[in-house]
Design a protein around this ligand. Structure first.
Ligand code: ADP
Ligand code: MG
Length: 145
């Protein structure tokens, strides 16, 4: 999403609990049109999976317990208002492995949510979200549209 001058918008939030992060994501997802790519970047435990759960909930998924980091499976697919492709690049090291994930099968077919998105070395038109862990349960969450 760009503003009138064609510049990307950026918003920064601070959350103080898992619930707040979940609700922030849920609210964001309500405006999704069905083809968004969401790139999540941040350390282990920063809240990427919590955010993915919030997105799924915002898209009407009732059982958000099935939303977990697909660290071993690499990709989980949930069916909600749109198909949600939840990808975790944690275990992938090589750029070729990432390229081989079959992006063309998912892009434009639903919502794509990627954890450890900093490993992607190619350009994707996406909403980019970065998480920084603060004191205790505080998380700084920056959203670039
Ligand atoms: P990641 O997927 O980035 O590795 P997770 O979402 O799996 O991280 O885990 C985040 C952890 O941090 C959870 O245990 C959650 O309860 C905890 N937590 C504490 N405060 C927050 C917060 N403000 N937002 C999100 N998670 C938080
Ligand atoms: Mg995770």
């Amino acid at each position: 999403m760009k503003d009138k001058r064609g510049k990307r918008k950026e918003k920064e939030y601070t959350t103080d609990s898992e619930r707040e992060t979940f609700l922030l994501a849920k609210k964001l997802a309500r405006d999704f049109k069905g083809k968004e790519v969401i790139l999540l970047t941040g350390d282990l435990g920063a809240g990427k999976t919590v955010f993915a759960k919030g997105i799924a909930s915002g898209l009407g998924l009732k059982d958000t317990h099935q939303v977990c980091s697909p660290s071993f499976t690499v990709i989980n697919i949930y069916q909600a208002k749109y198909s949600i492709y939840h990808i975790d690049l944690y275990r992938l090291e090589k750029n070729t492995e990432i390229l081989d994930l079959g992006w063309e099968d998912y892009l434009g077919k639903g919502i794509i949510v990627v954890e450890w998105a900093e490993k992607i070395k190619f350009e994707l038109d996406a909403i980019k979200i970065t998480f920084v862990i603060g004191e205790g349960d505080q998380r700084k969450i920056k959203i670039r549209f």
